[in-house]
Design a protein around this ligand. Structure first.
Ligand code: M6R
Length: 616
């Protein structure tokens, strides 16, 4: 969602901020802006549209500035207008602010400020916070307070309710940025003669690998030479500088036309990275360094609850099928957004697992906190190192697939499914899963990247198929057992990037309603590998064909469905049953991608969507 970048140091701020903000564009935006400071006040540039667009305006102006704060906005309070974009400037012109999150008591605060003569130029909660800080600043300054700027931020933040990640500048103090967070991620980039702040470390790429993760309730003061961290009571807090390895090319598209396609093709290597170092020396089970739970604790677990949102929720649903099969532990699956407001009776000895690529999804984070508050053991599968969910869960597993920039989740999904399968093997081997079965599954996992390469070689076949079907406006995705969550994921992928209406269903449920949709204008895509369900699915395919519905089938090489007439078939290699969802997800991703391209859609930045959803 919204993105923040701030820079203070010896170098020219505009270029660094423009580049940093462009790197955060993947989070989703509808407008963007910069506030630049050079000793003669604050200059604001902002508009609706892309960070690239506003960046060009800034670079053309050739502003000399050594500090600044920048923002990509994804509207929550107030429409998409230039005046609602950030940064906001206070009435007095001294305070500039960028903000992620929601100030829940902004109406009360705005009314109070209006009574003191403040006028507002936007509909945003952010402009209220900006003027609240400014009003404290004026008071403290006139009282001769020793650090009026810092204390005005403390005072304002003590009053607001809601969530925030903010970066603030004061026109009277060039070369200083104050930043603070509560519920919205912020990281500091510690450089040589310069310091930065951003919503995520992607913004620092190429400038520094030294990161400080700011915690909720912390306020940081940055100058070019130094940084200090405080709590809201003005007490100093020690900071740990972590070194993160991030490669420039991870944030570049390279020769690929879109990040989504790059990320689809990265999957063989991404999954190798997810597995690296996580097999026992005899290859009969898996192992994880960060679970923080002993085998004896895990043997006491008699239920698992998986939670997530969107694609991550589909990975949770697959975890249910896979872990119940491999480890014989009952698994419940919940949308994090629903569970957090439901007084669900959760049995003792339930292990809570959350899945989140970004590690910042607000609903998943709050559901995790609720489960922790109730005293459950919590674990997380996340991709972003140092993210809030990774930080707050009792233990976890990093995906290590590198940054996922495309809004449509691809490599993160396949890695999440792989890791839950590895968890299934691990828990199974602590119970009844035999050594030989463990070895068979580990071998299957080790062979998976090469099989993904074989599926990727079918890209042009999938491109032709997607072009053939790109003009349809409705689609059904159907599968049974483990292929059902995959049908949901295939439908989500298609609708989010191509805007084709698509629904996922268990194939056997067709007769209970969705069959009414089947017609020559509504194709059905079946995911039907050769397994114990194939005959049943073959009957479902006939039911659709008999009603004139076009049919696409993703099946395994040599399956009886390969020879059926009147249907379009994509054949993929066979693998262990529990690993088939991973392999079968690749053609679904490619199909959606090429359909979206054929329809001229903005694949990496679909309308209305943000990469990580950090508000409710
Ligand atoms: O970062 P998270 O995994 O928590 O994100 C959850 C969903 O917002 C995300 O998977 C979303 O559904 C994707 N756009 C799907 O491609």
């Amino acid at each position: 969602m919204c993105g923040i970048v701030g820079y203070v140091g010896d170098d020219a701020a505009p270029k660094i901020l423009v580049e940093g903000l462009n790197r955060l564009a993947y989070r989703g935006y509808d407008s963007a802006g910069h506030a630049l400071m050079n000793g003669s006040g604050i200059k604001i540039f902002k508009d609706v549209g892309s960070p690239e667009h506003i960046g060009q305006v800034v670079m053309k102006e050739k502003v000399m500035a050594n500090s600044g704060i920048s923002h990509t906005r994804w509207a929550t309070h107030g429409g998409v207008t230039p005046s609602n974009s950030h940064p906001h400037l206070s009435n007095c012109g001294r305070i500039a602010l960028v903000h992620n999150g929601v100030i829940e008591n902004f109406v009360t605060l705005r009314n109070r400020l209006q009574q003191t003569g403040v006028t507002f130029h936007s509909e945003t909660d952010t402009e209220v916070l900006c003027n609240l800080i400014a009003s404290y600043y004026e008071d403290f300054r006139s009282e001769g307070h020793e650090d009026a700027f810092l204390h005005s931020v403390f005072a304002a933040l003590r009053e607001v309710k809601g969530s925030y990640g903010i970066a603030v500048m004061c026109g009277d103090q060039p070369g200083r940025i104050i930043t603070a967070r509560l519920g919205s991620s912020l990281v500091l980039g510690i450089g040589n003669g310069e310091n930065m702040v951003a919503s995520d470390a992607a913004a620092f790429c190429g400038r520094t690998n030294n990161i400080v993760y700011l915690d909720d309730g912390q306020v940081a003061c940055l100058t070019g030479k130094d940084f200090e961290i405080f709590n809201l009571d003005n007490e100093r807090v020690a900071a740990e500088i972590c070194e993160v390895q991030s490669e420039h090319q991870e944030y570049e598209r390279g020769d690929f036309p879109h990040f989504m396609l790059k990320e689809i093709f990265e999957q063989p290597e991404a999954l190798r990275n997810s597995m690296r170092g996580r097999f026992s020396s005899d290859n009969s089970t898996t192992k994880f360094g960060g679970l923080n739970l002993e085998a004896k604790d895990l043997r006491r677990i008699n239920r698992i609850l998986f939670m997530g949102c969107g694609t991550a929720w589909h990975a949770c649903l697959l975890a249910k099928y896979i872990i119940e099969k491999l480890a014989r532990i009952p698994v419940d699956v919940e949308y994090a957004s629903e569970l957090r407001y439901r007084n669900a009776p959760i049995p003792d000895n339930t292990l809570v697992f959350v899945i989140s690529q970004s590690g910042e999804t607000a609903d998943t984070l709050e559901a995790l906190r609720e489960m922790k508050r109730k005293g459950f053991e919590t674990l997380a599968i996340t991709n972003v190192v140092g993210s809030t969910i990774a930080h707050e869960a009792g233990g976890g597993i990093y995906q290590h697939v590198g940054p996922e920039i495309g809004v449509a989740s691809t490599k993160a999904f396949s890695s999440q499914v792989l890791l839950t399968t590895m968890v299934g093997v691990f828990l199974g081997r602590l119970r009844d899963l035999s050594m030989s079965e463990g070895m068979r599954l580990v071998k299957g996992m080790q062979e998976l990247p090469d099989k993904i390469v074989q599926v990727l070689q079918k890209a042009s076949e999938l491109e032709a198929l997607a072009k053939k079907y790109a003009e349809y406006n409705d689609f059904l995705f159907l599968g049974r057992q483990m292929m059902f969550p995959l049908a949901l994921e295939g439908a989500l992928k298609l609708k989010e990037i191509s805007y084709i209406h698509a629904e996922g269903y268990p194939a056997a449920e067709m007769k209970h309603g969705p069959l009414a949709l089947v017609s020559p204008t509504c194709p059905s895509l079946f995911i039907a590998p050769e397994d114990e369900m194939i005959d049943k699915v073959a009957s479902n395919i006939q039911e659709v064909k008999a009603r004139g519905g076009p049919v696409i089938v993703i099946t395994t090489e040599g399956s009886p469905l390969c020879d059926q007439e009147g249907i379009d078939v994509i054949a993929i290699p066979q693998t262990c049953e529990s690993l088939m969802p991973i392999l079968a997800s690749i053609p679904l991703q490619l199909f959606s991608y090429y359909a979206a391209v054929a329809r001229g859609c903005n694949v990496d930045r679909p309308r209305n969507l943000a990469k990580s959803v950090t508000v409710e």
